[in-house]
Design a protein around this ligand. Structure first.
Ligand code: COA
Ligand code: HC5
Length: 622
C-alpha cells in the first residue's frame, strides 16, 4: 500500500480527472494510517520553473514574461536554483515536513494583520428561530454537548480517517483545534495547545455581555455534563452577566498583532488579568452568547450574519469574542448562529467536519435526563482595567468600527443549480465554479487577474495547503471567447471543457505535492536561511503580480447547509468561499469598501450571471 502510495505521489504527470475526489471518510481509525503517511515531496526544480512561467502567461505582459524567462534561465543555469533545491531536499530529509513550519510562520504567525477578517474564517449556520431565551440556552447546551462528544473521538483516537483521491489524509489538524489558542507577540505570535499537557483542560469559556466565564464541562468521574446540566450552568452565567456596561475586553484581540502584542503584555502585568487570560487560552473552546444583531431585511440578512461571524459587528458583539481562541461558537439571542476560528492551527475541512458531526448530534432526541444535582456556579473571570488597558480598549474599538465599515460582504445562496449540472455534463463542479469566477471577473474588469484556490496537502504528513493558480491560458481563451457573439457555441463549449480540464490537472498536481507556489515559497525561505542574496526571480515584477491575488478562493464542502466566508487577501481583491451542494451553492464574497474598484454585491451578480450563462452554453450545445 505504502509503495503504491509513494509512486503515485511522486509522479508529477497528470491523471484522468475523476481521480481527484472530494474529501470523504471511511470508518477505519485514523491512527492506523497516520504513521505511514508519505512525506511531502520537493517538486523537481525545472518542473516548478516551467509551470511558474506558464502560469504567468495570462497575467503579465509579453515584455515582463520575457524578462522573467531570462531570470529563470539564469536561476537554472547559474547554479543558484540547484543549490537552493539541494538545501530544500536536505531539509525534507531531516524534517517530517519541509514546509509546514515555514508555512505556519509566514502565513500566520509572522503575519501582523489582525486575525479578525484578515485570516480567521467565519461559518454561518442555518438560522435558528428561538422562541425565548430558554431556546437559545438549550441550543447552546446541545451544541456544547455535541462538541464534547466529538472530542471523545479525538481523545480516544477513534476519528475515522478522511480520504482524498482514495488516499488517506493526515489527521493531525484535528488534534490542534481544541484546547488551543494563539498568543500575540510583539513581532511573532505563537500557538499553544493544552490538550497534550499532563493536565488537559476540563472547561470551556462562555462569554455574555463581554463577561467571560469558566464553565467546567466534566464531572469528577470524567464524564461530560449532560445537556440539561450544561443548560442549567448557562442559565446561571446568563443571570450573572446581565449588566451591559462592561468593558469589551475581548475586542483587544481584534487589533493589529504588534499593537495587541504590546497591549497583551500590558494587560497581563496584573496577576488577576493574567489568570483570566490564561483560563480563556486553556479552555477547550469558547461559546459566545451574542446580543441580537440590528434588524436587517431578509435580502441582507445572510450577508450581515457572515460579517457578524467575521468581526462581530462592532459595539454590540466584537467585544464578545477572544479572537485568538482557535474555536469560538456564536449563538445569538436572535437565532444567529455560527462560528469563527483562528486559522493558524488548522484548515477549514476539519472544522467543518466537526460542525457536521455536532449538527447531527443536535438532531438527536435521546438525550439522557440527568439528576438535578446542584453544580457549582461557573467562575466569572475578573479583569482589572487600568487606564492604560482602557486606552488600549478604546483604540481597539475605534479600529473595529473602521473595520466594520470597511468590510464589504455579500453572502448568497445560488439556488438555480449545484454540483448536479456540471456533473451531468461530465465536468468537474469545482472547475466549473472556478471558470464562472474567471468569467465574472473578466466581464467586470475586462482583464483576468492572479487567482488562488486552496487545495489540500493533507495526503502528506503534516501537510497544509497548496494554492492552485486558476488563471491559465485556457481559462483566458474561454472567457475571451464568451465575449465574442460571433463565436460558435460549440467552440465556446470546447474552450470551457478545456479550461476546466486544465484546472483539474493543476488541482491534481497541487494535491499530489507538485504545485508551484509552495515550492517557490520554500526556495525563498531556503535562500533566507542560507543567508545568501535573494534570487532576482523573487524581486521581479511578474512575481509580485503572481502573488497579488485579486481573487482568493476556496471551496469547502459540508453536509450542513452553511455559508463560509473569509476576507480578501489584497486591498483591491475579493475573498470568495463557496460550498457547493448537490442542487445549490452557498457563496460568500468579501471585498474592502476602501477600494473603489471592488464591490462584493456587483461581483456576486456577475458570478450568478456567469454560472447561468455557462449552464445555458452547455445545455444549448447539448
Ligand atoms: N464528471 C462527473 N463528475 C465529476 C467530474 C466529471 N468530469 N469531475 C468530478 N466529478 C465529481 C466528483 O467525483 C465528485 O463527486 P461527489 O460529489 O459525488 O463525491 C464531485 O464531482 C466534486 O469533484 P470536483 O468538483 O472536481 O472537486 P473536489 O470536490 O475534489 O474539490 C478541491 C477540489 C481542490 C477543492 C479539493 O481537491 C481539495 O483540495 N479540497 C480541500 C480544500 C481545502 O482544504 N480548502 C480549505 C482550506 S482552509
Ligand atoms: C470555513 C472555511 C474556511 C476556508 C479557509 C481557507 O480557505 O483558508 C485558506 C487556507 C489556505 O492556505 O489556502 C486561506 N484563505 C482563507 C486566505 C483563503
Amino acid at each position: 500500500m505504502f509503495g503504491v502510495f509513494v509512486r503515485t505521489v511522486l509522479r508529477p504527470s497528470v491523471k484522468p480527472c475523476h481521480l481527484v475526489r472530494p474529501i470523504t471518510q471511511r470508518s477505519e481509525r485514523s491512527i492506523s494510517h497516520q504513521d505511514s503517511l508519505p512525506k511531502q515531496p520537493v517538486p523537481p526544480l525545472k518542473q516548478t520553473c516551467e509551470r511558474y512561467l506558464a502560469s504567468l502567461e495570462p497575467i503579465v505582459s509579453e515584455e515582463e514574461l520575457g524578462h522573467t524567462r531570462k531570470l529563470i534561465d539564469e536561476f537554472l543555469k547559474g547554479g543558484v536554483g540547484e543549490r537552493i533545491q539541494k538545501g530544500l531536499e536536505r531539509r525534507a530529509r531531516k524534517t517530517e515536513n519541509w514546509l509546514s513550519e515555514w508555512w505556519m510562520q509566514s502565513a500566520y504567525l509572522d503575519c501582523r494583520m489582525p486575525v479578525a477578517v484578515y485570516t480567521s474564517p467565519g461559518v454561518v449556520l442555518p438560522r435558528m428561530h428561538f422562541q425565548d431565551r430558554q431556546g437559545q440556552m438549550r441550543f447552546a447546551a446541545k451544541l456544547i454537548a455535541g462538541v464534547l462528544d466529538f472530542k471523545k473521538l479525538i481523545d480516544t483516537n477513534l476519528l475515522p480517517t478522511e480520504y482524498l483521491s482514495n488516499m488517506p489524509l493526515c489527521m493531525d489538524q484535528y488534534y490542534q483545534i481544541l484546547s488551543s489558542c494563539r498568543i500575540p507577540g510583539p513581532k511573532r505570535d505563537t500557538v499553544v495547545n493544552y490538550a497534550k499537557g499532563n493536565m488537559p483542560p476540563t472547561h470551556i469559556t462562555v462569554v455574555h455581555n463581554f463577561q467571560f466565564f469558566v464553565l467546567d464541562v466534566y464531572n469528577s468521574d470524567g464524564t461530560p455534563l449532560t445537556v440539561d446540566q450544561i443548560y442549567m450552568q448557562l442559565e446561571k452565567i446568563w443571570n450573572s452577566s446581565l449588566q451591559t456596561n462592561k468593558e469589551p475586553i475581548g475586542v483587544l484581540t481584534s487589533q493589529h498583532r504588534n499593537t495587541w502584542g504590546k497591549a497583551y503584555n500590558n494587560l497581563i502585568k496584573d496577576k488577576t488579568n493574567k489568570d483570566s487570560v490564561r483560563a480563556i487560552q486553556k479552555s477547550i473552546f469558547t461559546v459566545c452568547l451574542d446580543a441580537p444583531m440590528p434588524r436587517v431585511s431578509d435580502e441582507h440578512y445572510l450577508s450581515r450574519v457572515a460579517a457578524q461571524m467575521l468581526h462581530g459587528g462592532g459595539p454590540r458583539n466584537s467585544g464578545n469574542r477572544w479572537f485568538d481562541k482557535t474555536l469560538q461558537f456564536i449563538v445569538g439571542e436572535d437565532g444567529t448562529c455560527g462560528l469563527v476560528y483562528e486559522h493558524a492551527p488548522a484548515e477549514g475541512p476539519p472544522i467543518i467536519h466537526l460542525i457536521d458531526y455536532v449538527v447531527k448530534f443536535m438532531q438527536r432526541t435521546d438525550f439522557v435526563r440527568s439528576p438535578m444535582v446542584p453544580l457549582v456556579m461557573p467562575q466569572k473571570l475578573r479583569f482589572n482595567i487600568s487606564s492604560e488597558v482602557k486606552r488600549d480598549i478604546e483604540n481597539a474599538k475605534q479600529n473595529m468600527t473602521i473595520m466594520v465599515h470597511t468590510l464589504d460582504v455579500k453572502a448568497m445562496l445560488f439556488s438555480h443549480f449545484g454540483k448536479n449540472v456540471p456533473k451531468r455534463h461530465h465536468l468537474s463542479p469545482d472547475g466549473f465554479m472556478q471558470m464562472a469566477l474567471q468569467l465574472a471577473y473578466f466581464r467586470m474588469y475586462n482583464i483576468c487577474c492572479s487567482t488562488y484556490e486552496s487545495a489540500s496537502l493533507r495526503m502528506f504528513k503534516y501537510g497544509r495547503t497548496e494554492g492552485v493558480r486558476v488563471t491559465t491560458v485556457n481559462s483566458l481563451r474561454f472567457v475571451q471567447a464568451m465575449a465574442e457573439p460571433a463565436k460558435q457555441k460549440s467552440e465556446k463549449q470546447a474552450l470551457l471543457r478545456n479550461a476546466v480540464q486544465t484546472h483539474k490537472e493543476n488541482t491534481y498536481n497541487a494535491i499530489h505535492g507538485q504545485g508551484i507556489d509552495r515550492h517557490l515559497l520554500g526556495m525563498k525561505m531556503q535562500s533566507i536561511e542560507d543567508l545568501t542574496s535573494m534570487p532576482e526571480l523573487f524581486m521581479d515584477t511578474s512575481y509580485a503580480v503572481a502573488q497579488h491575488y485579486n481573487l482568493y478562493t476556496s471551496q469547502v464542502g459540508s453536509k450542513t447547509d452553511c455559508v463560509m466566508c473569509f476576507g480578501p487577501m489584497v486591498p483591491d481583491g475579493y475573498g470568495v468561499c463557496y460550498n457547493p451542494m448537490d442542487e445549490h451553492i452557498n457563496i460568500a464574497i468579501t471585498a474592502f469598501n476602501s477600494c473603489e474598484d471592488t464591490n462584493a454585491a456587483k461581483f456576486s451578480c456577475a458570478l450568478e450571471e456567469a454560472l447561468l450563462d455557462m449552464r445555458a452554453l452547455l445545455e444549448d450545445a447539448a
